[in-house]
Design a protein around this ligand. Structure first.
Ligand code: BGC
Length: 751
């Protein structure tokens, strides 16, 4: 079967959210503001969670009831985790009809990779390098979310992540700043469309501002130490790019940054975001991050915490109750000015106005639309396409793939698991609603005789919020059956990895190999049958040294969402030629972390010399196991040398780089051609390579295609020694290739 949806479907999905922009400049917001009492103003800045879904601790943890006392007295501006058009309408009605000014609520929810139809986890999806696709999946997520009465998602997460111990790398776009910024923009556009007031678009949220991905030792919420140049050059660009394309909201990060928690950080919020970038959207705290200024040790109590956070520029207090309890007094005592308060309230009201809620508070609550929009065929088709484009072929020795045998064993605790592929941050997905690998294979390859054995168990304990990992480490009773089915098969597919809730928020790990008995199982099976295709499902890069040395074929299949099994079967069977490339390096060992392609040189760089006195670990190779940008295809591509049209570039002009890529195989395939640049000498030390462009393109069997890249001043600019943004003259090296570790180069001088 050939799924021929990509371009037509993607375009159709994209335009459904693109009616004309209607940013109305009426004075409704100012009118309202002028009528509001101090209490009512404070109320607009208060957000709390309703319902059993909790994503963190806090004062009201466990609260499943609505605080009617607050709602009906105008003390709530927004709620999170209220789902369904009916529930939303009822709550909105209470607020609109019972409060003095009838200001509607805005409803928020974490829609990270789909609402009901689940797409690949964002890290996986980023491996598609397909910006149109990522915009389209966010678009569909917005269609379903808005139909369920929610107008605001806390996504996309755009924290650059270089530490795979940190469980939240699953939510981001990997280790690279440039790619991260491109993907952030695509996702924001997908959620918001071009008209936020349209009923099928939702407000996006640039999170977590800032530095959260650099928590020490990958432990969630941990402290972050980073110099200002690194902050500006590595962490900030995706946020700045999102602000530039009009992301409606920002969210603080939990961490401190060199001693100052982000929630109370005026440099981030007032100087950069609302100052330099002139951002006019709204900043929400993270879950009780205002209250957490107390355990951080910078505030003695919530009164101080509220004062610090609002003065720093955090507009809305999520689940902390610090604003609602203290802001009135703070204003009355003059510790927070009316201007600061009004500015925050204005931003909240403006969000509501942009969403069209001030004109019609009920416009998003349409039960008929809700019933019709969930998991529609075209949403599922897109989920399948996104899933197969996210798959990365890591190894394919002897062309074991695409599958050829007729007797194939499928082994592993994830092979029939219909829940794990949905991944963490699964919004309103129904449990066990993914297509399992076994289902995908049996449906997609009816001529093959598939046998199955679970091999070992994989679960992380009693519930999704289990504090300690409780992976089964003793029960080997399934090994014998696994060995039996492996013995009589031509090829064995082993489906191993991490359960859904082993990555995501607060799921940091100190070891990132296959958990439980899985590696042991793999080794036992390998003893009886070496023709193994290892299909990995995981939310982060793993350490897979033995696997990479010994297993002939390895397929990285992340947590791919609702259509996971079909998508993997499409790749294994050869119906789809894999085209994904890693966006985060896979380390060889935990001790190598952080290992990322765009590191600096150091004074004693690892040049390959075997001298002892250089930057290295003595006991592990310097390279990652699988580098950024890496991924195989069933096609074989070769690259011509890269040529530059000129050897000198002057300011204001661009210089063109060209390369020809040939498909030397019988299989049509897509390739991601990557452009990297190195600024050889700078006023501060510069990365050895920086991604500065990429093009994904189908190259037919036997075809040669020329790719051109325009190198502009913007691509060469950075925050210089004096923190100004711009270029510096001198020599630049340009690299083009299929991954960050296989590059051809040329150089030019910037005059
Ligand atoms: C997370 C945020 C999320 C919020 C609301 C927090 O724990 O850090 O990313 O949006 O909860 O669920």
């Amino acid at each position: 079967m050939k799924l021929n949806l990509p371009l037509a479907l993607v375009v159709a999905i994209l335009i459904t959210g693109c009616s004309n922009d209607s940013t109305k400049k009426d004075n409704k917001v100012e009118e309202l503001l002028s009528q509001m009492t101090l209490d009512e103003k404070v109320g607009q800045l208060n957000q709390y969670a309703v319902g059993p879904e909790l994503t963190g601790p806090g004062e009201k943890t466990g609260q499943t009831k609505v605080r009617y006392d607050q709602l009906l007295s105008g003390q709530v501006g927004s709620v999170l985790n209220v789902l369904g058009a009916k529930n939303g309408r009822e709550m909105q009605k209470q607020v609109v009809e019972n409060t003095r000014l009838g200001i509607p609520l805005v409803f928020g929810y974490d829609v990270i990779h789909g609402y009901k139809t689940i797409f690949p986890i964002p890290l996986g999806e980023s491996a598609s390098w397909d910006l149109e696709l990522m915009e389209a999946t966010a678009r569909v997520a917005a269609v379903e979310t808005s139909a369920a009465g929610v107008q605001w998602t806390f996504a996309p997460m755009m924290d650059v992540g270089r530490d795979p111990r940190w469980g939240r790398v699953m939510e981001g776009a990997g280790e690279d700043t440039y790619l991260g910024a491109e993907i952030a923009k695509a996702r924001v556009k997908g959620f918001q469309g071009s008209d936020l007031s349209s009923t099928n678009t939702i407000a996006a949220c640039a999170k977590h501002f800032a530095g959260y991905g650099f928590s020490e030792s990958g432990k969630d919420y941990n402290n972050v130490y980073m110099g200002q140049h690194m902050l500006l050059n590595t962490v900030i660009p995706p946020f700045k790019a999102s602000a530039a394309v009009g992301v409606a909201t920002f969210m603080n990060s939990f961490n401190d940054l060199d001693g100052i928690p982000s929630t109370a950080n005026p440099y981030l919020l007032r100087d950069l975001l609302k100052g330099d970038w002139k951002y006019d959207g709204m900043v929400v705290s993270d879950w009780n991050s205002v209250g957490e200024l107390i355990p951080h040790g910078v505030a003695r109590n919530k009164y101080e915490a509220a004062r610090m956070a609002i003065n720093a520029g955090s507009d809305m207090d999520m689940e902390g109750a610090a604003y609602v309890e203290n802001l009135k007094q703070l204003v009355e005592k003059g510790e927070v000015s009316m201007n600061v308060l009004d500015d925050a309230v204005r931003r909240v009201l403006t969000l509501k106005q942009r969403l069209g809620l001030l004109d019609d508070p009920y416009k998003y609550f349409d039960e008929a639309r809700e019933a019709e929009q969930m998991m529609k065929k075209e949403h599922l088709d897109l989920a399948r396409d996104a899933a197969r484009k996210s798959i990365v072929l890591l190894k394919n020795q002897g062309n074991l793939l695409p599958l050829k045998g007729k007797r194939i064993a499928v082994i592993g605790p994830l092979a029939k698991d219909k829940d794990t592929p949905i991944g963490n941050w699964r919004a309103a997905a129904d449990p066990n609603s993914a297509v399992s690998l076994f289902e995908g294979l049996t449906e997609g390859m009816p001529d093959v005789n598939f046998t199955y054995a679970e091999g070992c168990k994989l679960s992380i304990g009693p519930n999704n919020f289990a504090n300690e990992l409780q992976i089964e480490n003793n029960d080997r009773s399934g090994f014998a059956e696994a060995i039996r089915v492996a013995r009589s098969a031509e090829v064995v597919i082993m489906n191993l990895g991490e359960p859904a809730y082993m990555s995501g928020e607060a799921r940091s790990r100190s070891e990132i190999g296959l958990p439980g008995l899985q590696l042991e199982l793999l080794k036992e099976v390998y003893k009886v049958n070496k023709n193994i295709v290892l299909v990995l499902m995981n939310g982060r890069p793993l350490t897979i040294e033995w696997e990479s040395e010994n297993i002939p074929a390895i397929v990285e299949a992340w947590h791919l969402g609702s259509m996971a099994g079909h998508a993997i079967a499409d790749v294994l069977s050869g119906k789809y030629n894999p085209s994904g490339k890693l966006t985060m390096s896979f380390p060889r060992s935990v001790g190598q972390i952080p290992v990322y392609y765009n590191h600096k040189m150091t004074g004693r760089p690892s040049t390959g010399s075997n001298m002892v006195f250089y930057t290295h670990h003595m006991d592990v190779e310097r390279s990652p196991r699988y580098p950024f940008g890496y991924g195989l295809s069933y096609s074989i591509f070769s690259y011509s040398p890269v040529t530059l049209i000129d050897s000198v570039k002057t300011a204001g002009t661009s210089i063109t780089a060209k390369v020809t890529v040939t498909n030397n195989s019988a299989a049509d395939g897509e390739e991601v051609v990557q452009l990297y640049i190195r600024d050889v000498v700078g006023s501060i030390t510069r990365p050895v390579l920086e991604l500065k462009g990429f093009q994904k393109s189908m190259i037919k069997a036997g075809e040669s295609k020329e790719f051109t890249f325009e190198i502009t001043d913007e691509l060469l600019s950075f925050y210089r020694r004096d923190f100004s943004f711009g270029t510096e003259p001198g020599e630049f090296e340009v690299f083009v290739g299929p991954s960050s570790a296989q590059l051809q180069s040329a150089s030019f001088t910037l005059k």
